[in-house]
Design a protein around this ligand. Structure first.
Ligand SMILES: Cc1cc2nc3c(=O)[nH]c(=O)nc-3n(C[C@H](O)[C@H](O)[C@H](O)COP(=O)(O)O)c2cc1C
Length: 215
């Protein structure tokens, strides 16, 4: 079956983005490992995402309760539904995700807030929350000026990778892999070494994932 891969770009830095450079290497290897795979790019800094304004949020409850809503509110919810369906149509999602103020860039947070809708990305029943993204794989190419990997001093400031893992788990995606790209600030040789290590880690990850599971 054709693999569908989505590259979600959370950095506004275009070609200068380090997390995009590493993700592009990773994507190239994924395609080599899975010939015919289709890769689509979603650059959140140029994407026209629907806005969750007050009337739109109120409109959701009105729609659930079967009440009338304004045409533009209904149209916005149609666009949100399409954005969720688009996200859920992929087998693998690769995120280029820089750390911004210990968390993630607001463009990526806006996307997450847009698509994480009850009844669309997850549902709640008497058994608890069921994420509707179950069975998918996510890969985070996580960049940061500081090195706050697990175990490093400052690791408790990580609201970037840990948030992404928590959110993905909430929508049912538990097959999550992380390529750390850090530190990206400091002496040029330290930054170059971080890039080399991230490229190597991306390649090793794809090699690992491509190995047939042993039975
Ligand atoms: C607004 C802003 C906030 C940032 N905050 C942090 C931070 O809290 N911790 C950190 O390690 N790096 C921080 N950085 C640095 C970026 O994470 C780093 O430059 C990263 O390599 C950017 O990835 P990119 O090249 O893919 O955009 C910040 C950068 C910006 C622009």
């Amino acid at each position: 079956m054709t693999q569908r891969i989505l590259h979600v770009i959370g950095s506004p830095r275009g070609k200068r983005s380090r997390s995009v450079k590493v993700a592009q290497r990773l994507l190239a290897r994924l395609v080599e490992a899975s010939p015919g795979a289709v890769v689509e790019t979603l650059d959140l800094c140029s994407a026209d995402l629907p806005a969750l304004t007050g009337p739109v949020i109120e409109g959701r409850y009105a729609l659930i309760e079967g009440r009338e809503v304004a045409d533009e509110v209904r149209a916005t919810w149609d666009r949100i539904g399409a954005a969720v369906a688009h996200f859920l149509s992929f087998d693998t999602v690769v995120f280029s995700v820089p750390m911004w103020n210990f968390g993630i860039p607001w463009q990526l947070k806006q996307y997450i807030d847009t698509i994480t809708q009850p009844g669309m990305a997850f549902r709640v029943s008497e058994n608890g929350v069921e994420g509707l993204g179950a069975g998918k794989r996510a890969i985070l190419v996580a960049s940061g000026a500081l090195d706050i990997r697990p175990g490093a001093p400052g690791a408790e400031l990580d609201h970037q990778v840990r948030f992404m893992q928590a959110w993905l788990g909430f929508i049912g995606i538990t097959d999550v892999h992380v390529v750390h790209l850090r530190p990206t600030y400091g002496p040029p040789e330290a930054v170059a070494a971080a890039m080399d290590a991230a490229y190597a880690s991306a390649e090793a990850l794809v090699a690992d994932l491509s190995r047939a599971p042993s039975v």
